[in-house]
Each structure stands twice: as structure tokens, then as C-alpha cells.
Write a protein that binds this ligand. Sequence first.
Ligand SMILES: Cc1ncc(COP(=O)(O)O)c(C=O)c1O
Length: 416
Amino acid sequence: MNNKIAALKKEFPALGSSFSGKRMVYLDSACTVLKLRCAADAQRRHMLELGGCGGKRSFHALAAAMEENFSAARSRVASFMGAGTPEEIIFCAGVTDAVNLLANSFPFTPKRNEVVLSPVEHNAVFLPFERLASAGKVKLRVVPLKGFKPDLEAYAEILGPRTALVCLTHASNIFGGRMELSAAADLAHAAGAYLFSDDAQYAPTHGGSGALYGADACAFSGHKLGAPYSTGALFVKRELLGRLRPWRVGGGTIEDVSVSDGRYKVKYLGNYQAFEAGVQNCSGAAGLAAALDRLENCGFENIRAHVSCLVDDALKKLAGIKGVRVLGGREDLLEGSLISIVPEKKGFSIPDFNLYLNHQLKGRFIALRTGRHCADLACLSSGYRETIRISFFAYNTSEDTAVFVQALKKYLSLLK
Ligand SMILES: Cc1ncc(COP(=O)(O)O)c(C=O)c1O
């Protein structure tokens, strides 16, 4: 473990917590990353030392200090995502919130109303568009799976003059690896469509966003980077942003309201301002900016290299274990931060195994995720109904994997 990673590891206090007297081996970072001390401190400081009226509403000294802090956080996020300007950044509660906003604001037209989803989209992306499709507002097309990734060649057949938006998860939360976003962006653009990239699993261990690979819109969740819950951002390129129709409307979004002949005329503000209705999560944004500072200070290249090594090490430790199968190939998995495993031995019960990891290990428990991982499209396309997922972040070590692999072998040995 290099010095920068070792120093970063010390800043996640939850790693030292015990639960019912047991120490934790945390292999569930794809669900959420443990929280950084500096992010919690920044949020707390913001709440206690500022904590006033924000969002350009009032004009007093406290409001000015709030606004200064909030726009610094927006600039921080813009530079992390690779946005052209902070005005392209809409603060939101994470990817779920971002996609609901995008889906319901998007300028679909009767002639261009098709949304093309990859077969590994998270329900956070699938469901908002599925709702629109059920209401007859859009038509959904799902690209077939090839191996454990979307079949790139199939895009050419599916995309066309009716395609409005292509959605691609930058890194899958069920099969791991990383997607070829630039190629998908080129295909979408050639069809006159926009590309949205879900960076939920990409941002934490690669840094940056789909904006750097040609996406017209992309989003990440702060809690997956050690920042406070319900923080995150949606980037929308200026040209597309100008075409979105504000969806969640309310205070802080309008330039003017007038009335004539009993009809109101509402003029919305430009850029992000029309999309952040209500008083924003300013203290969360301060925590998010602090988390990004800390991770960039460590260096995303170091985080990536460390996580890749952990995946490699886990693949080696899992190789040759009879009774389970790792999904996906080594080269692909090294580009991600997680591994999904499926049982093959008769009698292996995933819920029982989970109980075993939580209750039968001496002095510790292993936190990981089992099930469908909110990736129902991927489960439907692949036929795998559930998997055991181990996922890594900067604080994990080879020892964590060793504990898991030993427990897995022991559980398998208990099966008749
Ligand atoms: C790939 C992917 N997209 C979207 C989401 C949803 O993120 P959030 O729950 O933070 O909105 C997740 C969460 O696990 C995810 O893994």
C-alpha cells in the first residue's frame, strides 16, 4: 500500500468501529463508501458556523458568506467532473435524483422519443424512463448483452432518427469492469442523439466523469466517494441544458412572474438555477467539496492502481475454488472495482452464506452485498438471478479479501 493510500485509509473512522463486539471487514463500497472525516467535519462546520439563508435569496453578510461557500463547492464539482463551466452543474441528491430530473425535463418530441438503455443500467436509470414509457411518452429500447457488457455492434442497428437519448452505465455495479463510453458517445452523436453516463460506480475509483469521454450529461453520488449522503451532481452540457424544461419547480428558480388576462407568465432563470428548486443542501455540498479535495490530494491514479491490484489479488485468491464461479474476464474486471460470484455447488444458499458471514466468524463479520443489486435489467438479460458481490475502495487490503476467501472456502466445506 503506497504512503498516500495508507494516509487516506486513516481518515475513515468507521473502519475502526465494532458492531456487537465484532470487527468489520467492509467489502460493500459499491453500495456506499464509508464516510471521510474531513467531509463530516466540513459539513458540521458549515452547519454550525454558517447555517443561514443561502441560494442568493437574502442580501446580508451571512447570506453572502453562504453563497461564496456554495459557489466554491459548485466550482469544485465542475472541475472534478470536467465541466466547461460551474453553470453546467446541478446539485442533486445523487444519481437517482439526477436521472429522475433528466428524464422528466428532457426535450422529447413525437419524432424523437426513443431512449436506448444498456442491459446493465441500474434501476436508478431504468425506472425513471420505464415510467415515461408506461405513460406512452417515450419508447424504450434495450441493447442486448454480449458477455457481461452491452453489445457495441448492436447500437448501430438500434440507434436511428428516432433516438433521443442513449444511457450507459460507465462502470457496472453488478458485473464490474468499465464501459467504452467514447465509442457509445460517437454512436449516439452520429444518430443525432444525446448520451447520458451514469458515473455512480466510475467516479469513486477513477475520478472524473463521462463528460471527459463525450457524454452530454452525467451524474455521480457523493456518498459513494466518502461524502455526505444525499449529495451529488448532474452535469448537463450547456446546449442541452438550455433545452431542458424545469421539472421540480419552486423557490429560487425564477427570474420573473407576470400576469395578464388572468394568466401567469413564468420566466425561469438560466442554467442550473432553474433546476435547484427550494433551499439547497449547502452543508452537504461543503462536505462533498471537502471529500473531492481529499481524494484528489491522494490522487485518483493511486486509488485506481490500488483498487485494480485488489481486484487482481482477489481473482488470484478465488481462482480454482470449486463450487463458485467468478463472472467476467480478468482484463475487464481489473478496470472496475468489484467482483460478482455465483454459486455452483448444490446446497449453496446465498442468504445462508450471508448469515454465515455475519454470525459465524470469530470476532468479525464480513459486510458484502448479495442479490440483484438493483440491476434487474442485467439479471433479466444474463439469467443470473442473484450474485455475491465483493467491492473495494482505497481503504481495503489484501487481508480483507483473504478473510472473505477463507470464509467462503469454509462455508463450501460445510456443504454436503
Ligand atoms: C451504477 C449505479 N447507478 C446508480 C445508483 C444509484 O445511486 P444513488 O442511490 O446514490 O442515487 C447506484 C447505486 O448503487 C449504482 O451502483
